[in-house]
Ligand binder design. Structure first.
Ligand SMILES: [Zn+2]
Length: 343
């Protein structure tokens, strides 16, 4: 489905087969010499056909089209390397490109799942089976882009280019500024148009879906804290229209930011109510929290439980940093989380 949003800006809604999300947006920005596609859909047949048909209808030519990717989740990034031409540039953020430079690192993360309480037999299948999305990732090209970025040399081959906070992309009458908004993913990046007050916000803020915040097993950091700061960053800007990665454009971002923050406070209260002095693993805590999935915990797929645990862990780290929670590795190698009594 193609929707003309503004002069030179089209929203292309693409199907996401087998996903609860159902659809994802990519946007065509019409330029004078080159067009820009913001995000690209997932690398699956149904989505690819829909995108190619829409781009034909809009009379685009891949030889003069570049790509801006808000984050490297496969529903946003998957098709870009597949449909881009050899002369296209695909702009990526550094933290996520850097992460995927070494896919073994991602695998090693599963080993930490054990101490978080995740069932060992299920972890084994994660470790032994390479998932489809990883097979589809153009790892070699990503690696080249990261290396030339680190050496500060322009990429010699390959189409990927790292883009940073504050950099400008001019397309047609629009001049966009890159705005780093980490949280939903480690290097999530939005595009802001300060003259027309537009924000291509990827999955940073969605009108009817709460973006998930994960701390993956084995990773450090405090992604929920980063996310809340990124929400504040957007809250303080003047925006007339937000063009998100899923569903329709919207305006009331300040109201929506308040709702999202309240959701996270609510989850924090729920997690706090589950903790006790005997301590619990993140997996146990996740199993007791209410999720927006119409199934009992026992019927969650392994992937869903893995993601629920990663969301719980993001909250636990956030609470631990505030001093509301403490964690301790036990003699049996399980990491337990305890409430902190305050006087
Ligand atoms: Zn998404």
């Amino acid at each position: 489905m193609i929707e003309k949003i503004l002069p030179g800006i089209f929203r292309i809604e693409l199907p996401l087969p087998d996903s609860q999300l159902q659809t994802v947006n990519c946007y065509l920005l019409r330029g004078k010499e080159r067009d820009l596609l913001v995000d690209s859909g997932i690398n699956k047949e149904e989505c690819k056909t829909a995108l190619i048909e829409a781009l034909q209808e809009l009379d685009t030519n891949m030889e003069r089209t570049d790509f801006f990717i808000t984050h490297l989740h496969e529903d946003h990034f998957g098709l870009a390397p597949v449909i881009a031409s050899n002369v296209s540039t695909i702009y990526l953020n550094f933290p996520e490109a850097f992460f995927w430079r070494d896919p073994e690192k991602w695998k090693r993360g599963f080993i930490h799942g054990k101490k978080l309480g995740f069932p060992t037999e299920e972890l084994q299948s994660f470790i032994s089976d390479t998932p489809d999305f990883l097979k589809r990732l153009p790892l070699e090209e990503i690696k080249i882009a990261v290396e030339s970025y680190e050496k500060n040399t322009p990429p010699k081959k390959g189409r990927f280019q790292i883009i940073e906070d504050g950099e400008t992309l001019n397309v047609g009458d629009y001049s966009f500024r890159c705005l780093m908004t980490p949280g939903h993913s480690s290097g999530h990046i939005c595009l802001y148009e300060p003259q027309k007050n537009l924000l291509f916000c990827g999955d940073h803020i969605l009108e009817t879906i709460t973006p998930a915040i994960f701390l993956w097993s084995g990773e450090n950091g405090n992604p929920l804290s980063e996310y809340l700061s990124s929400l504040d960053r957007v809250f303080n800007m003047e925006i007339k229209m937000l063009l998100p990665g899923h569903r329709s454009t919207f305006q009331d971002y300040r109201g929506r930011i308040a709702e999202i923050k309240e959701h996270h406070c609510q989850r924090e209260r729920e997690i706090a109510s589950v903790l006790d002095i005997n301590g619990k693993t993140p997996y146990e805590i996740a199993s007791k929290v209410s999720w927006n999935i119409p199934l009992p915990w026992e019927q969650f797929s392994v992937e869903l439980r893995w993601m629920a645990m990663a969301e719980t862990l993001a909250h636990l780290k956030y609470m631990e940093n505030k001093g509301d929670v403490r964690s301790k590795l036990q003699d049996n190698e399980l990491e337990l989380y305890f409430p902190v009594e305050k006087g």
